[in-house]
Ligand binder design. Structure first.
Ligand code: PHE
Length: 338
Protein backbone atom coordinates (compact mmCIF):
# COMPACT_ATOMS: atom_id res chain seq x y z
CA UNK A 1 0.00 0.00 0.00
CA UNK A 2 2.77 2.41 0.90
CA UNK A 3 4.49 1.76 -2.41
CA UNK A 4 1.24 2.04 -4.36
CA UNK A 5 0.75 5.47 -2.89
CA UNK A 6 4.30 6.49 -3.70
CA UNK A 7 3.83 5.41 -7.30
CA UNK A 8 0.54 7.30 -7.59
CA UNK A 9 2.09 10.46 -6.16
CA UNK A 10 4.82 10.32 -8.70
CA UNK A 11 3.30 12.54 -11.40
CA UNK A 12 6.08 14.51 -13.03
CA UNK A 13 9.71 13.63 -13.43
CA UNK A 14 12.95 14.75 -14.98
CA UNK A 15 14.94 12.14 -16.87
CA UNK A 16 17.13 11.52 -13.82
CA UNK A 17 14.21 11.18 -11.40
CA UNK A 18 12.52 8.80 -13.75
CA UNK A 19 15.61 6.63 -14.01
CA UNK A 20 15.80 6.52 -10.20
CA UNK A 21 12.13 5.44 -10.18
CA UNK A 22 12.86 2.65 -12.65
CA UNK A 23 15.79 1.35 -10.61
CA UNK A 24 13.84 1.53 -7.37
CA UNK A 25 10.73 -0.32 -8.54
CA UNK A 26 11.59 -2.17 -11.74
CA UNK A 27 15.32 -2.69 -11.58
CA UNK A 28 17.02 -6.06 -11.10
CA UNK A 29 17.31 -5.28 -7.39
CA UNK A 30 14.07 -3.31 -7.31
CA UNK A 31 10.99 -3.62 -5.15
CA UNK A 32 8.95 -5.57 -7.69
CA UNK A 33 11.72 -8.14 -8.05
CA UNK A 34 12.06 -8.28 -4.29
CA UNK A 35 8.34 -8.90 -3.82
CA UNK A 36 8.42 -11.70 -6.35
CA UNK A 37 11.24 -13.26 -4.32
CA UNK A 38 9.04 -13.06 -1.20
CA UNK A 39 6.16 -14.52 -3.20
CA UNK A 40 8.09 -17.79 -3.47
CA UNK A 41 8.16 -18.09 0.31
CA UNK A 42 4.44 -17.60 1.10
CA UNK A 43 2.17 -20.50 1.78
CA UNK A 44 0.21 -22.16 -1.00
CA UNK A 45 -3.18 -20.84 0.21
CA UNK A 46 -1.92 -17.24 0.32
CA UNK A 47 -0.28 -17.45 -3.10
CA UNK A 48 -3.53 -16.79 -4.92
CA UNK A 49 -4.44 -13.47 -3.26
CA UNK A 50 -0.83 -12.32 -2.86
CA UNK A 51 -0.08 -13.13 -6.48
CA UNK A 52 -3.06 -11.10 -7.68
CA UNK A 53 -2.05 -8.03 -5.67
CA UNK A 54 1.55 -8.41 -6.74
CA UNK A 55 0.68 -8.54 -10.43
CA UNK A 56 -1.50 -5.43 -10.12
CA UNK A 57 1.34 -3.64 -8.39
CA UNK A 58 3.81 -4.59 -11.08
CA UNK A 59 1.46 -3.38 -13.80
CA UNK A 60 0.92 -0.11 -11.98
CA UNK A 61 4.65 0.54 -11.70
CA UNK A 62 5.24 -0.30 -15.38
CA UNK A 63 2.32 1.78 -16.58
CA UNK A 64 3.54 4.75 -14.55
CA UNK A 65 7.02 4.38 -15.89
CA UNK A 66 5.85 4.26 -19.51
CA UNK A 67 3.52 7.23 -19.02
CA UNK A 68 6.22 9.42 -17.52
CA UNK A 69 8.81 8.35 -20.05
CA UNK A 70 6.94 10.14 -22.82
CA UNK A 71 6.85 13.45 -20.98
CA UNK A 72 10.38 13.21 -19.66
CA UNK A 73 11.68 12.25 -23.08
CA UNK A 74 10.87 15.60 -24.62
CA UNK A 75 12.08 17.50 -21.56
CA UNK A 76 15.34 15.63 -21.66
CA UNK A 77 15.81 16.26 -25.36
CA UNK A 78 15.23 19.98 -25.08
CA UNK A 79 18.22 20.19 -22.78
CA UNK A 80 20.50 18.64 -25.35
CA UNK A 81 21.59 20.04 -28.70
CA UNK A 82 21.00 17.26 -31.11
CA UNK A 83 20.12 19.52 -34.07
CA UNK A 84 22.53 19.68 -36.97
CA UNK A 85 24.03 23.13 -36.60
CA UNK A 86 25.42 23.08 -40.13
CA UNK A 87 21.92 23.13 -41.69
CA UNK A 88 20.85 26.47 -43.19
CA UNK A 89 18.53 28.47 -40.92
CA UNK A 90 14.88 29.24 -41.57
CA UNK A 91 14.53 32.44 -43.55
CA UNK A 92 12.20 35.18 -42.33
CA UNK A 93 10.55 37.92 -44.32
CA UNK A 94 12.01 41.38 -43.81
CA UNK A 95 9.74 44.35 -44.21
CA UNK A 96 10.66 47.35 -46.32
CA UNK A 97 10.20 51.05 -45.93
CA UNK A 98 7.22 52.62 -47.65
CA UNK A 99 8.29 54.49 -50.79
CA UNK A 100 6.65 57.67 -49.47
CA UNK A 101 8.73 57.44 -46.29
CA UNK A 102 11.89 56.90 -48.32
CA UNK A 103 11.26 59.94 -50.48
CA UNK A 104 10.13 62.09 -47.57
CA UNK A 105 13.34 61.25 -45.71
CA UNK A 106 15.39 62.04 -48.78
CA UNK A 107 13.67 65.43 -49.14
CA UNK A 108 14.22 66.17 -45.45
CA UNK A 109 17.90 65.25 -45.74
CA UNK A 110 18.46 67.60 -48.66
CA UNK A 111 16.87 70.56 -46.90
CA UNK A 112 18.58 69.75 -43.60
CA UNK A 113 21.92 70.13 -45.35
CA UNK A 114 20.79 73.63 -46.33
CA UNK A 115 20.02 74.46 -42.70
CA UNK A 116 16.26 73.87 -42.68
CA UNK A 117 14.71 72.34 -39.56
CA UNK A 118 11.64 70.08 -39.52
CA UNK A 119 8.38 71.46 -38.06
CA UNK A 120 5.12 69.63 -37.43
CA UNK A 121 1.58 70.57 -36.51
CA UNK A 122 -1.92 69.14 -36.02
CA UNK A 123 -3.91 67.47 -38.83
CA UNK A 124 -7.18 68.84 -37.47
CA UNK A 125 -6.98 72.59 -37.95
CA UNK A 126 -9.09 75.65 -37.35
CA UNK A 127 -10.11 78.08 -40.04
CA UNK A 128 -7.50 80.62 -38.98
CA UNK A 129 -4.43 78.44 -39.41
CA UNK A 130 -5.58 76.67 -42.57
CA UNK A 131 -7.17 79.65 -44.35
CA UNK A 132 -7.64 83.08 -42.79
CA UNK A 133 -4.08 83.71 -41.60
CA UNK A 134 -2.92 82.60 -45.04
CA UNK A 135 -4.82 85.44 -46.66
CA UNK A 136 -7.77 83.42 -47.94
CA UNK A 137 -10.54 86.04 -47.83
CA UNK A 138 -13.68 84.89 -46.07
CA UNK A 139 -16.30 83.41 -48.41
CA UNK A 140 -13.79 83.81 -51.21
CA UNK A 141 -13.81 81.16 -53.94
CA UNK A 142 -10.08 80.67 -53.35
CA UNK A 143 -11.10 78.45 -50.43
CA UNK A 144 -12.68 76.14 -52.97
CA UNK A 145 -9.34 75.65 -54.68
CA UNK A 146 -8.84 72.98 -52.07
CA UNK A 147 -11.84 70.75 -51.51
CA UNK A 148 -12.00 70.74 -47.76
CA UNK A 149 -13.26 68.10 -45.33
CA UNK A 150 -15.02 70.17 -42.69
CA UNK A 151 -15.52 68.76 -39.22
CA UNK A 152 -17.51 71.79 -38.08
CA UNK A 153 -18.74 74.44 -40.48
CA UNK A 154 -20.31 77.79 -39.63
CA UNK A 155 -19.01 79.77 -42.58
CA UNK A 156 -16.70 81.55 -40.27
CA UNK A 157 -13.89 81.88 -37.85
CA UNK A 158 -14.68 78.79 -35.81
CA UNK A 159 -14.77 76.28 -38.66
CA UNK A 160 -12.76 73.14 -37.95
CA UNK A 161 -11.37 71.06 -40.81
CA UNK A 162 -8.80 68.47 -41.75
CA UNK A 163 -5.86 70.54 -42.94
CA UNK A 164 -5.70 70.86 -46.70
CA UNK A 165 -2.01 71.75 -46.71
CA UNK A 166 0.84 72.00 -44.23
CA UNK A 167 0.97 75.76 -44.74
CA UNK A 168 -0.95 75.78 -41.48
CA UNK A 169 2.27 74.69 -39.77
CA UNK A 170 4.02 77.73 -41.25
CA UNK A 171 1.44 79.96 -39.58
CA UNK A 172 1.88 78.23 -36.25
CA UNK A 173 5.63 78.51 -36.50
CA UNK A 174 5.61 82.23 -37.32
CA UNK A 175 3.04 82.99 -34.60
CA UNK A 176 5.08 81.23 -31.95
CA UNK A 177 8.56 82.40 -32.80
CA UNK A 178 10.76 85.17 -34.05
CA UNK A 179 12.45 85.43 -37.47
CA UNK A 180 14.60 84.15 -39.02
CA UNK A 181 12.67 81.00 -39.89
CA UNK A 182 14.07 78.28 -42.06
CA UNK A 183 11.95 75.14 -41.84
CA UNK A 184 10.23 72.41 -43.80
CA UNK A 185 6.88 70.91 -42.84
CA UNK A 186 6.28 67.31 -43.88
CA UNK A 187 2.87 65.84 -43.16
CA UNK A 188 -0.39 64.31 -44.26
CA UNK A 189 -3.08 66.52 -45.74
CA UNK A 190 -6.68 65.89 -46.77
CA UNK A 191 -8.82 66.94 -49.70
CA UNK A 192 -12.32 65.92 -50.58
CA UNK A 193 -11.69 64.38 -53.97
CA UNK A 194 -12.97 61.23 -55.64
CA UNK A 195 -10.35 58.49 -55.42
CA UNK A 196 -8.75 57.61 -58.75
CA UNK A 197 -5.33 56.86 -60.20
CA UNK A 198 -4.63 60.60 -60.16
CA UNK A 199 -6.33 61.86 -57.00
CA UNK A 200 -6.90 60.68 -53.44
CA UNK A 201 -8.71 62.01 -50.40
CA UNK A 202 -5.40 62.35 -48.59
CA UNK A 203 -1.79 62.75 -49.62
CA UNK A 204 1.51 63.89 -48.16
CA UNK A 205 3.26 67.20 -48.50
CA UNK A 206 6.52 68.83 -47.72
CA UNK A 207 6.20 72.59 -47.50
CA UNK A 208 9.03 74.96 -46.78
CA UNK A 209 9.43 78.43 -45.39
CA UNK A 210 12.35 80.81 -45.26
CA UNK A 211 11.85 84.22 -43.64
CA UNK A 212 14.65 86.64 -42.89
CA UNK A 213 15.86 90.10 -43.87
CA UNK A 214 16.49 90.46 -47.59
CA UNK A 215 15.21 87.07 -48.73
CA UNK A 216 14.57 87.37 -52.46
CA UNK A 217 13.04 85.47 -55.33
CA UNK A 218 16.60 84.64 -56.43
CA UNK A 219 17.07 82.76 -53.13
CA UNK A 220 13.87 80.85 -53.83
CA UNK A 221 14.98 79.86 -57.31
CA UNK A 222 18.45 78.80 -56.29
CA UNK A 223 17.23 76.79 -53.30
CA UNK A 224 14.71 74.87 -55.37
CA UNK A 225 17.15 74.45 -58.25
CA UNK A 226 19.68 72.93 -55.86
CA UNK A 227 16.97 70.72 -54.39
CA UNK A 228 16.08 69.07 -57.71
CA UNK A 229 19.73 68.58 -58.65
CA UNK A 230 20.14 66.63 -55.42
CA UNK A 231 16.90 64.69 -55.74
CA UNK A 232 16.73 63.90 -59.45
CA UNK A 233 20.35 64.28 -60.43
CA UNK A 234 22.73 66.85 -61.83
CA UNK A 235 21.47 68.49 -65.00
CA UNK A 236 17.76 68.42 -64.16
CA UNK A 237 16.34 71.63 -65.67
CA UNK A 238 13.77 73.84 -63.97
CA UNK A 239 11.30 76.41 -65.22
CA UNK A 240 8.94 78.70 -63.34
CA UNK A 241 5.45 79.56 -64.56
CA UNK A 242 3.46 82.42 -63.00
CA UNK A 243 0.63 81.15 -60.82
CA UNK A 244 -1.64 82.22 -57.98
CA UNK A 245 -1.83 81.34 -54.30
CA UNK A 246 -3.53 83.64 -51.75
CA UNK A 247 -0.53 83.41 -49.41
CA UNK A 248 2.27 84.22 -51.85
CA UNK A 249 2.93 87.17 -54.13
CA UNK A 250 4.31 86.70 -56.69
CA UNK A 251 3.48 83.01 -57.00
CA UNK A 252 4.83 80.40 -59.35
CA UNK A 253 4.65 76.76 -60.23
CA UNK A 254 7.89 74.98 -60.87
CA UNK A 255 8.36 72.38 -63.60
CA UNK A 256 11.37 70.17 -64.06
CA UNK A 257 12.63 68.51 -67.22
CA UNK A 258 10.89 65.14 -67.37
CA UNK A 259 12.75 62.68 -65.15
CA UNK A 260 11.82 59.74 -67.35
CA UNK A 261 12.53 60.85 -70.92
CA UNK A 262 14.87 63.73 -69.99
CA UNK A 263 12.82 66.06 -72.15
CA UNK A 264 12.51 63.88 -75.25
CA UNK A 265 8.82 63.26 -74.71
CA UNK A 266 7.05 60.36 -73.02
CA UNK A 267 3.60 59.80 -71.66
CA UNK A 268 4.71 60.65 -68.10
CA UNK A 269 5.15 64.27 -69.21
CA UNK A 270 2.49 63.97 -71.92
CA UNK A 271 5.19 64.57 -74.55
CA UNK A 272 5.87 68.09 -73.29
CA UNK A 273 9.28 67.32 -71.78
CA UNK A 274 8.23 69.07 -68.53
CA UNK A 275 6.50 67.97 -65.36
CA UNK A 276 5.13 70.17 -62.63
CA UNK A 277 6.41 69.38 -59.14
CA UNK A 278 5.61 72.23 -56.78
CA UNK A 279 4.03 75.59 -56.00
CA UNK A 280 6.01 78.44 -54.54
CA UNK A 281 6.27 82.19 -54.11
CA UNK A 282 7.26 85.11 -51.93
CA UNK A 283 5.29 85.11 -48.68
CA UNK A 284 2.51 87.70 -48.98
CA UNK A 285 3.15 90.61 -46.56
CA UNK A 286 -0.41 90.14 -45.25
CA UNK A 287 0.53 86.64 -44.07
CA UNK A 288 3.60 87.95 -42.26
CA UNK A 289 1.53 90.66 -40.56
CA UNK A 290 -1.21 88.13 -39.65
CA UNK A 291 1.46 86.16 -37.81
CA UNK A 292 2.87 89.20 -36.03
CA UNK A 293 5.93 89.68 -38.22
CA UNK A 294 7.03 93.09 -39.44
CA UNK A 295 6.68 92.86 -43.22
CA UNK A 296 8.72 96.04 -43.73
CA UNK A 297 11.72 94.40 -42.18
CA UNK A 298 11.32 90.78 -43.21
CA UNK A 299 10.61 88.98 -46.46
CA UNK A 300 10.38 85.28 -47.17
CA UNK A 301 9.70 82.55 -49.64
CA UNK A 302 7.55 79.46 -49.31
CA UNK A 303 7.02 76.36 -51.36
CA UNK A 304 4.93 73.21 -51.19
CA UNK A 305 5.09 69.86 -52.94
CA UNK A 306 3.20 66.58 -52.85
CA UNK A 307 5.41 63.65 -51.85
CA UNK A 308 3.29 61.26 -53.95
CA UNK A 309 3.97 63.25 -57.07
CA UNK A 310 7.70 63.47 -56.37
CA UNK A 311 7.74 59.70 -55.75
CA UNK A 312 5.78 58.92 -58.93
CA UNK A 313 8.39 60.78 -60.94
CA UNK A 314 11.26 59.06 -59.19
CA UNK A 315 9.98 55.51 -59.50
CA UNK A 316 7.60 55.80 -62.51
CA UNK A 317 4.48 54.96 -60.52
CA UNK A 318 1.31 55.75 -62.41
CA UNK A 319 -1.44 54.99 -59.90
CA UNK A 320 -1.72 56.88 -56.61
CA UNK A 321 -3.85 54.14 -55.09
CA UNK A 322 -0.84 51.82 -54.91
CA UNK A 323 0.51 53.90 -52.03
CA UNK A 324 -2.35 53.05 -49.70
CA UNK A 325 -3.35 49.53 -50.73
CA UNK A 326 -0.57 47.78 -48.81
CA UNK A 327 0.03 45.28 -51.60
CA UNK A 328 3.32 43.62 -50.63
CA UNK A 329 4.13 42.91 -54.27
CA UNK A 330 4.36 46.70 -54.66
CA UNK A 331 5.93 47.50 -51.29
CA UNK A 332 8.69 44.89 -51.41
CA UNK A 333 10.17 46.52 -54.50
CA UNK A 334 11.51 49.29 -52.28
CA UNK A 335 14.12 47.33 -50.30
CA UNK A 336 16.80 49.55 -48.83
CA UNK A 337 19.86 49.21 -46.67
CA UNK A 338 18.16 50.69 -43.62
N1 PHE B 1 -0.03 75.25 -49.93
C1 PHE B 1 0.04 75.04 -51.34
C2 PHE B 1 -0.77 73.82 -51.72
O1 PHE B 1 -1.10 73.05 -50.88
C3 PHE B 1 1.44 74.85 -51.83
C4 PHE B 1 2.25 76.09 -51.67
C5 PHE B 1 2.97 76.30 -50.51
C6 PHE B 1 2.32 77.05 -52.66
C7 PHE B 1 3.73 77.44 -50.35
C8 PHE B 1 3.07 78.18 -52.53
C9 PHE B 1 3.77 78.37 -51.37
O2 PHE B 1 -1.10 73.64 -52.84
Amino acid sequence: DKYTQEINNFVKATADELEAFRIKFLGTKGIVKDLFEQFKTVGAEEKRTFGKVLNQFKQLAEAKYNELKEGAGTAAESGKTEADLTLPGDGFALGSRHPLSLVRNEIIDIFKRLGFVVAEGPEIEDDWHNFSALNFPEEHPARDMQDTFFIKKNHGQDDIALRTHTSSVQVRMMENGKPPFRAIMPGRVYRNEAISARAHCFFHQVEGLYVDENVSFADLKQTLFHFVQELYGEGTKVRFRPSYFPFTEPSAEMDISCTICKGDGCNMCKYSGWVEILGCGMVDPNVLENCGINSKKYTGFAFGMGIERITNLKYVIRDLRLFSENDVRFLKQFKTEI
